[in-house]
Design a binder for this molecule. Structure first.
Ligand SMILES: NC(=O)c1ccc[n+]([C@@H]2O[C@H](COP(=O)([O-])OP(=O)(O)OC[C@H]3O[C@@H](n4cnc5c(N)ncnc54)[C@H](OP(=O)(O)O)[C@@H]3O)[C@@H](O)[C@H]2O)c1
Length: 250
């Protein structure tokens, strides 16, 4: 099946101010999409806008706010929606967490995926639109230094699957895919955890070349442009995407 041309389509990326989100916004822009980037740090978004030019629209907002999700879906009706925003968990063992720190990724990561997914189904987005959510390899292996992070990321994976089922039942033609990136020191969040696990010992950070924001961006742009890929969950490493349906070690 031939690639879907992203040129002239609209893509909305949450957490676009740095890390994977910035790489994803850049790759989608280079593929010709009009990119709407959402994050709280207006200055960082404007810097990205200066780099990408007229193909980028900065929206400084809290992605976890349900009104923001509704307004942005109504305004932009993205053909590609990438739900990447994520809080940085507190790197401490379980008994040094409070409920507030433990639940941080539920309040931000899961809540924003829930709100945007709900709005995408209710709108509904146009048939053929793609919704890509960022789970984590921690959803498979756990992440003992990050409170509720692994559980929150597992919830994002299941939530994405449930949305795919609802789209199919209603004949909406929306594609829902979740990505489970490998831990990488190449982003702020990943660098913090790579250092925390190294200091603690006993938890092995993956070897080999690190997954970079550029590689993550290219993988997302390729997936968005490939209407033939119908798998619902992929591991994301420096080597690219690997379907979870094919099995094998994570
Ligand atoms: N790096 C890794 O090793 C790794 C591995 C597996 C999964 N992931 C997942 O991949 C995603 C991106 O991670 P990353 O490493 O690129 O993290 P990062 O460098 O810390 O970037 C996180 C992004 O999310 C945004 N964000 C956080 N809270 C927000 C909110 N309430 N509203 C809007 N934007 C918000 C941040 O922007 P502002 O601060 O400007 O709002 C920033 O743009 C996350 O969901 C993360 O859990 C990362």
């Amino acid at each position: 099946m031939s690639d879907r041309d992203l040129a002239g389509t609209t893509a909305l990326v949450t957490g676009a101010s740095r890390g994977f989100g910035r790489g994803i916004a850049t790759a989608l822009s280079r593929a010709g999409a009009q990119v709407v980037g959402v994050a709280r740090d207006r200055g960082a978004l404007e810097d990205l806008g200066a780099e990408l030019g007229g193909s980028f629209t900065a929206v400084a907002a809290d992605a976890a706010d349900p009104e923001v999700a509704g307004q942005l879906i109504d305004t932009y009706r993205p053909a590609t929606l990438v739900l990447n925003a994520g809080a940085t968990p507190l790197p401490r063992p379980i008994h040094h967490q409070t409920w507030q720190t433990f639940s941080r990724n539920w309040e931000v990561d899961v809540q924003h995926v829930f709100n945007f997914t709900r709005e995408a189904l209710l709108a509904p987005l146009a048939p053929g639109s793609t919704v890509i959510t960022l789970s984590s390899g921690a959803a498979l292996r756990g992440s003992p230094l990050s409170g509720g992070y692994a559980g929150a990321k597992a919830a994002i994976r299941w939530l994405t699957g449930y949305a795919a089922e609802e789209s199919a039942r209603a004949g909406l033609g929306l594609r829902f895919v979740t990505l489970l990136p490998q831990l990488t020191p190449a982003t702020d969040l990943g660098a913090r955890y790579t250092a925390a696990y190294a200091a603690r010992g006993g938890v092995i950070t993956p070897g080999g070349p690190p997954l970079t924001p550029e590689r993550a961006g290219q993988a997302v742009a390729d997936l968005a442009a490939d209407p033939g890929s119908h798998d619902s969950a992929y591991l994301l490493t420096a080597e690219g995407l690997r379907s979870l349906l094919l099995g094998g070690p994570p």
